[in-house]
Design a protein around this ligand. Structure first.
Ligand code: DX5
Ligand code: ZN
Length: 213
């Protein structure tokens, strides 16, 4: 399990300048880059695929954290692994053989995560924890950046922390200086932040505030 890690979500960054974004994130001290992959089906929006990640890989020293919001991730994991992903997270609600997909992510040499939407109980992910290095608790409805943090997700974070004391717990959506404190206290250690980091005047100071510094 990692200490507190900041995973900067590029979703709400300037998408016309991803290379600049990668540089800024490296300079900010955020350890991970978070890629929100959406297929226009699992969620309404369509974002980017493995080719965008591959193009960015030479321009960043960070760990590439891929969040697959797609109906069927089965065919995507190999492509993202080849493109340079370091972690791939799949949703418990996706339509696939989850055990097979998580096993395949590990076979490819990557870390694997299991994600749950706000309406999905922790129990939906529990049967897969033996195959997951990380649990992602969505703290907004997946689809868009810039939404408000759902406080009622705190008990779910606590529930996962109690069930998996040694695993990484990632939170995603509406994370800022105030909400990061709540989720850290509940047991989360990987903090995804998009809007808060990219709107900040000083991204390094903003990243530090998420760590409680
Ligand atoms: C929502 C995405 C989040 C989003 C977080 O579907 O999974 O990663 O980018 O963005 P903010 O930090 O703006 O809530
Ligand atoms: Zn995400």
């Amino acid at each position: 399990m990692h200490g507190t890690v900041i995973s900067a979500s590029i979703l709400n960054s300037d998408l016309s300048d991803l290379r600049g974004t990668a540089r800024k994130v490296d300079d900010s001290g955020a350890e991970w880059l978070h890629f929100d992959v959406m297929d226009g089906n699992f969620v309404e929006n369509i974002t980017f695929g493995s080719s965008v990640l591959k193009a960015l890989k030479p321009w960043s020293d960070t760990f590439f954290d891929v969040h697959l919001m797609v109906n069927d991730p089965t065919r995507q994991v190999k492509l993202f692994a080849e493109a340079g992903a370091d972690n791939i997270t799949v949703h418990a609600e996706s339509r696939c053989d989850l055990r097979a997909v998580l096993t395949e992510i590990h076979r490819l040499g990557l870390s694997a995560g299991i994600a749950v939407k706000p309406g999905t109980p922790a129990s939906a992910a529990m049967p897969y924890l033996d195959l997951a290095d990380m649990i992602l608790v969505m703290t907004v409805e997946p689809g868009y950046g810039g939404q408000g943090f759902m406080r009622d997700m705190i008990p779910k974070i606590q529930e996962f922390r109690a069930a998996a004391p040694d695993k990484d717990i990632e939170v995603d959506g509406g994370i800022n200086a105030e909400t990061s404190k709540l989720v850290r206290e509940a047991g989360a250690n990987i903090l995804v932040a998009g809007t808060y980091l990219f709107r900040a005047e000083n991204m390094r100071t903003a990243a530090e505030s998420l760590r409680g510094i």
